[in-house]
Design a protein around this ligand. Sequence first.
Ligand code: SF4
Length: 306
Amino acid sequence: MSALARQETFLQSALIGQPLVVSYGMGVDSTALLVMLEWQGIRPDAIVFADTGSEKPETYAYATVIEPWLQRVGFPALTIVKNPSPIAGHASLIENCLDNRTLPSLAFGRHSCSLKWKVSPNDAWVSSQDWARAARSADAQVLRLIGYDASAPDLRRRNKALRVTDPAGPYAFSYPLCESQITRDRCKEIILGAGLPVPVKSACTICPASHKEEVLWLAQHHPDLLAEALRVENLATHNLRSTRGLGRKWSWREYLEAEAPDLLRQVRADYDTAQHMPAAYASGAEVWIPKRQRHDHTATMRLTAA
Ligand code: SF4
């Protein structure tokens, strides 16, 4: 039996009576996961995108690509969830970092940025749904599908996540791309095979996991966002000890000064990297807010340009 067939059998049996939720990052892996589900005739109950407010414009724009496809194949519409800071009400991870003069926690080897801005709003929305309550009452788990691919770093993330998952908790987690040994290149083929364009890698524009070429890409394609990232790094510098900058062991500014000085000069000329802060992302989309984070007591809000 092929790896794909094994995974299909696993999913089919795991799905009997279980609500199924896809954690959708609007990137390559989780888009391929959606296509694979469609191929296998498995319809999720929900597809949830947790918006950090600091994703790339291309990632937000991909919603206009994937939403018609979801509709065409009979999948549920995208649910967008968001977790503004409980007290300060920061609208994005970047705003949070600028205000606190710090970097995303990944730069310090911790994961609270994704826990706060991705995992927590996702969990809060899922647990508030009737089908999740019904599953709880029936002692069943909600099955959460995560789009990690079969690359070594994603396999490590999967293994780490499985180690801390409570088997008796309300959620069971499945990593179909890992189980089916689907690589990132194969994900791209799967997406193209469905007639969809391949999305950019989804991550915050200030993500400390960014590779150097991604920093360069940001400088070339979104100099305003690069300027904003450098402002985050500049402001946090005074509070740094072993961490050097947004690259954790390296500074984005120092890297660009050494490798792309002309580009950096241009960014500095066009945008004041000490002061510049671009307008907030204007999605117009309805975004679900967890109850404890609702400053205006409504369940949703619409993001508008600053
Ligand atoms: S993409 Fe990077 S910066 Fe954004 S929440 Fe995840 S780990 Fe943190």
